[in-house]
Every structure is written in structure tokens, then in C-alpha cells.
Design a protein around this ligand. Structure first.
Ligand SMILES: [Zn+2]
Ligand SMILES: [Zn+2]
Length: 609
């Protein structure tokens, strides 16, 4: 050959050969195939063509293109072999290079899966228009020919059948798209209901990234047994498999069917046919290969992304090697290498690695968006997940010395807002027990003053140093206000706190009971939430310790995040029981808005039995 056309992005090899045919002026297809492949009988298959090595040999001497580039960039090889074990993928590759293409389809597993091949070459109207504008001509796109993908992954519009047949009589014909061959109006999507169409387009918008990644990127191939293992561990986390790995097939099928409609699955050539169909088999231990669309459907249903799927166990190390420093400013190991493990996840959109580092000494846990670019990045943190016991204890001690929020923040290595939030939670976390002892201390302090009416606070302190210290640490405001030489004594004496307490208790108990009874979206009960609802947030937070009845009531009612999640689960179970619906753990958790299925599944199972 004296020339070969330059390939356009995402162009099929068949399309390149067809352009060569037109430009060569050669009138016979067979003669052209002989030029290209030294073999006039070769069929130029659309998805997985053969004879690639011969083609490379026949290219003009200046051409730098090689087999790998042709196979990776201009055929559907990467997409169709992504889920095959390494040896089988290599055999497909070798068969594509050779002139004897018999093994290609069997090795690729496309035959065994009975996924229908498209009958015609397909096109997207918008792509045609854009190609003409950009390049002055039309060409066939690879991504339009994927079996099970019925819309353009750039424009999310239907793909139409051209009049160029892929299988059968005319398959030797080399043709580029023309206005005539692309005037057809038949699209698989147009034949479905509007609802299905919308569902399918939504699905494609979600999946486009993964499909294109599979089509364009070489992932390291995994052994067959890896796939069901990865799926199973995910299913266990969702409560859809036993810890032994055995899949609860009925629940799994129900879960999957709640995500995709039958119509959508049909468009993906992956309809369910009941017991022992592909959906059961793909999560079981066996040596079968499955069509990439089916893996994609399962992965999306299980919220898994492609990169982590293939990279599990052989992940590059975005945060380098252990050990990593603790970044808790008040930990003894601050900035010293103490953390030996990092757990890496990927961000949803950008797919950037996020590492979570936890110090086992102090419980401090932080994340960092990676990858690290240098040593200095090791001292960087994106977010603190958990401050840990050492930190909260230190904060409590420091806050009792009376220093301001900003200085507290500086010493604790956190911003003042965070510090404030933690101090508020501290109030919530105090148990009723400590309240009782607080009450006793207050009584003691008051009687101490009665006993020594002429003594100053300083002198009283000498009388009962431990009592003074306890009050100073836990109840300082009250002590100041209720001491004979207290600064604010006069102004606060006018307020009848016990009356206020009663009133407040009435007010908030109404709000709280209402909240707990409500059919509406449940709200987590915290002191600040209740305060907000009665429009007295800062008053309540500031004066809670002057209203012992209110405080005791609130302490009984406020919820930790876990308690709140448990309440949501209980409510959901109750509702489902009332509606006489079947109690299925994942359904309950989804309805209750629980994200971390793995953590709650046992709890739920326990409570429905
Ligand atoms: Zn398009
Ligand atoms: Zn630490």
C-alpha cells in the first residue's frame, strides 16, 4: 500500500479500511482486501477483526502504527476481553493478529453468552453532523457498535441502524457512512416506552464513564474466581450473602430487580429468565465468562466502580509506604510515624484516591485526598474523621482552664467552630449520673455558704477543696452565680430559675414528643436541635445547667448518631409490619436511609426475627 488513511478518534478498523477502499480507486472489494490483508477471503469483522499483523506488514513504510494500536484503539477488543482471565485475553489478541480468525469468537466468550450481535452498523445523528463539521466526512464509531448499548455515550441520543449489514450477505462490502445508508429511522430505543427510554438514558449517563473506560483502557486481567469473590464480599456487606460467601439468591434477585426494570435489562440484552440464569451464575463460583454489560450491570447495582474492581490487591500505592504520622496535635505521636495501615477509596466523580489513617494510640482518624506528590504531603490532612478519646479529654481539661475558643482551637489543632461543637456535644454526653452528683455538689456548696455566711469564696475553697475543684471544673458558672461574693449575683438573683425550668420542661417535652411521634422524616434529637425548634437555641445551650429538670429530661432523650439510626430502623420495621410487607434487611435499611449496610445488617436481622 502506498498510503493508509489517518484514523479519527474512536474509529473502527472497518471504517478505516473502507476509507482506504474509496480513496484507493480500487473497484473490487476482494482486490482491496488483498491489498490490506494479503488475503482476499478475509472478512473484516466489526468487533474483533483478524489479520491485523498482515495489515501492519502491508502498511506504507513511513507508517508508525502497530498491532497494539490497531487492536486497542480501533476494535472492541479491550471492551470484550476486560473480564476474561489473562490467558484467554492473550489468545483472543493472538487470533486477531493472525489470519485465521476461527478462535476469536469462541475465546472471547461472546458465543457462549448468547448475547446477540448487532445486525447493522449503527450511528448517532449528532455525531454524524459533528464529524462532518470537524473532519469533512463521516466515519463509523467503535462506541456505537457495542452490543447492549443503545445510545450514543457522548450525546445520549438513540443509536440508529444504518443499512450496512454486519452479518450475512454483504459483510465483505467496505462502506463508509453516507447520507443514504444512514437515513434509516430504526432504533431499539424508539421502540420502547417513554418511561423505559428515560430509565435507559439515565442508566447510560451513569455508566458511560465505565463503558468508555473499558473500551479505551487496558486493565490488568483477573482470574475468573476473583470476580465472584469480589462480588460476594460486597454482597455479604449488603446482607445479601452469608458470611460463608453463599449468596441468598432470592434476596439478591429481588434487590437487583428493584434497581433495573425488565425492559431496561432487555435493552442491555441481559433479561432475567429465572432460577440459574446469568444473574445467579455471575455471583457463583464457576469458570463461565460473562458479557461485559452484565458485569457492568452488577457492579453498578452494587455501587462498585471499575477502577477499584480491577485494582483490588494490586493497587498502586497513592500514599507511599508505611508508616504514616499521627496528625493529632495533642497526641504523643504527633507527626511521628505510628500508623501502619491506610484504607484507600476513590472519590465518586474524579476517581481520586482518598486515604484514611487512624492512630491506634489516640484514636484520631483523618483522611487525605491523594495521590501524595512528595514527602511533605504526609503531614497534610483533608478532613478529620474522628478526634478520638485523647483529644476530647484534652479539650475538656483545657476548656476548664477558661481560655477562649480561638486559643483552644490553636492548642487543639482544630478550628474554633469544631471546638465549640465538641464542647456542646460534651454537654449532651453527660450522663444522668453525673447530673445527680452535680446536684449533690450544688447542695453541699450552698450549705457550706450557710454554715460560713461571712466567708469569701477563697476561704470556702479551703473548707472543701475537692468540692470546690469539682464545681470549678464542671459547673463554674453556677458556682460564681451562687456564691456570696459572686460577680453576677445581683442580676441573676432576680431570675427564678426553678420556675423557668418548669416552663422550659413543658415547652420542650411537647416539641420532643411531637418529633418522636411524627410520621415525617425523622430528625435526630440533640440539644441544639430542640433549642432551634423552640427558637431558644443559644438560651437553652447557655443556661441548661441552671435548669436541672430540663437537663435531666433532655439527657434521657438526646440521641447519638447510632441511637438515631436505630430509631429509624425500628420505625421502618414497625411501618412495614403495619403494611404487612415482607421484612427484608436491605429493604429496611434502604428505606431507613442507612448507608452502611454491613454495620447494621445483624442488628436488623436480630430485630425482625
Ligand atoms: Zn453522538
Ligand atoms: Zn495519635
Amino acid at each position: 500500500m502506498l498510503f493508509f488513511p489517518t484514523a479519527y478518534p474512536d474509529e473502527l478498523l472497518f471504517s478505516l479500511c473502507s476509507r482506504y477502499f474509496i480513496r484507493s480507486g480500487n473497484i473490487s472489494y476482494k482486490g482491496t482486501l488483498d491489498d490490506l490483508f494479503s488475503h482476499s477471503g478475509l472478512t473484516t469483522s466489526i468487533s474483533l477483526p483478524t489479520g491485523v499483523s498482515s495489515l501492519i506488514k502491508n502498511l506504507p513504510p513511513y507508517s508508525k502504527i502497530n498491532e497494539r494500536q490497531i487492536i486497542h484503539n480501533h476494535t472492541l477488543y479491550l471492551f470484550y476481553t476486560a473480564f476474561l482471565p489473562p490467558d484467554r485475553a492473550v489468545r483472543v489478541y493472538d487470533a486477531m493478529c493472525s489470519n485465521d480468525g476461527k478462535g476469536v469468537y469462541n475465546q472471547s466468550g461472546l458465543v457462549a453468552n448468547r448475547v446477540p450481535q448487532n445486525e447493522y452498523l449503527r450511528f448517532c445523528r449528532d455525531c454524524l453532523t459533528e464529524d462532518k463539521e470537524k473532519y469533512g466526512e463521516y466515519y463509523w464509531h467503535r462506541s456505537h457498535q457495542l452490543s447492549g448499548i443503545q445510545c450514543c455515550l457522548t450525546h445520549f441520543k438513540p443509536l440508529y441502524n444504518s443499512s450496512v449489514r454486519v452479518v450475512g450477505a454483504n459483510k465483505h462490502r467496505l462502506q463508509i457512512p453516507t447520507l443514504e445508508s444512514c437515513s434509516a429511522v430504526k432504533s431499539a430505543l424508539d421502540e420502547t416506552s417513554d418511561k423505559t427510554q428515560r430509565e435507559y438514558i439515565d442508566f447510560c449517563e451513569k455508566m458511560a464513564g465505565s463503558v468508555l473506560q473499558l473500551l479505551n483502557q487496558q486493565f490488568s486481567h483477573r482470574e475468573m474466581e476473583d470476580f465472584h469473590q469480589i462480588y460476594q464480599s460486597r454482597l455479604i456487606g449488603l446482607g445479601l450473602a452469608y458470611y460463608s460467601g453463599r449468596v441468598k439468591q432470592k434476596a439478591w434477585r429481588e434487590y437487583f430487580s428493584s434497581i433495573y426494570s425488565q425492559e431496561l435489562l432487555q435493552l442491555c440484552h441481559s433479561e432475567l429468565s429465572g432460577h440459574q440464569d446469568w444473574l445467579s451464575l455471575i455471583v457463583q463460583k464457576n469458570r463461565k465468562s460473562f458479557h461485559p454489560m452484565r458485569h457492568l450491570l452488577v457492579m453498578a447495582a452494587l455501587d462498585m466502580n471499575i477502577t477499584s474492581f480491577f485494582d483490588e490487591n494490586n493497587t498502586p500505592k497513592p500514599f507511599g509506604n508505611p508508616s504514616w504520622p499521627c496528625l493529632n496535635k495533642v497526641c504523643n505521636y504527633y507527626r511521628k510515624p505510628i500508623i501502619n495501615n491506610v484504607s484507600v477509596s476513590l472519590t465518586d466523580v474524579a476517581k481520586e484516591p482518598v486515604g484514611t489513617f487512624t492512630c491506634t494510640v489516640c484514636g484520631f482518624s483523618y483522611t487525605r485526598r491523594g495521590p501524595d506528590k512528595g514527602e511533605e504531603d504526609r503531614l497534610r490532612k483533608t478532613r478529620v474523621k474522628v478526634y478520638g478519646d485523647v483529644w476530647t479529654k484534652k479539650l475538656k481539661d483545657l476548656s476548664n482552664t477558661g481560655i477562649g475558643l480561638r486559643e483552644l482551637g490553636r492548642q487543639m489543632g482544630a478550628d474554633p467552630k469544631t471546638v465549640k461543637r465538641y464542647l456542646e456535644n460534651e454537654i449532651e454526653a453527660r450522663s444522668t449520673n453525673s447530673l445527680i452528683s452535680l446536684e449533690a455538689d450544688r447542695k453541699k456548696w450552698l450549705s457550706l455558704q450557710k454554715k460560713f455566711p461571712n466567708k469569701s469564696v477563697k476561704q470556702l475553697r479551703k473548707e472543701d477543696k475537692a468540692l470546690y475543684m469539682r464545681l470549678y471544673r464542671n459547673d463554674r458558672e453556677w458556682m460564681i452565680e451562687n456564691s456570696s461574693k459572686g460577680k453576677h449575683r445581683k442580676s441573676s438573683a432576680r431570675i427564678d430559675w426553678s420556675k423557668r425550668d418548669e416552663k422550659m420542661l413543658m415547652e420542650i417535652s411537647n416539641v420532643v414528643e411531637g418529633l418522636l411521634d411524627s410520621e415525617k422524616k425523622p430528625v435526630r434529637l440533640t440539644v441544639s436541635k430542640v433549642g432551634q425548634l423552640i427558637g431558644k437555641k443559644s438560651f437553652l445551650e447557655k443556661n441548661l445547667n441552671k435548669m436541672p429538670k430540663t437537663m435531666a429530661y433532655l439527657m434521657r432523650k438526646v440521641e447519638t448518631v447510632e441511637q438515631f439510626q436505630a430509631r429509624r430502623i425500628f420505625n421502618t420495621i414497625k411501618q412495614l409490619k403495619e403494611q404487612e410487607e415482607e421484612l427484608v434487611p436491605w429493604k429496611i435499611m434502604r428505606k431507613a436511609g442507612i448507608k452502611d449496610y454491613g454495620k447494621w445488617v445483624e442488628f436488623v436481622e436480630h430485630h425482625i426475627n
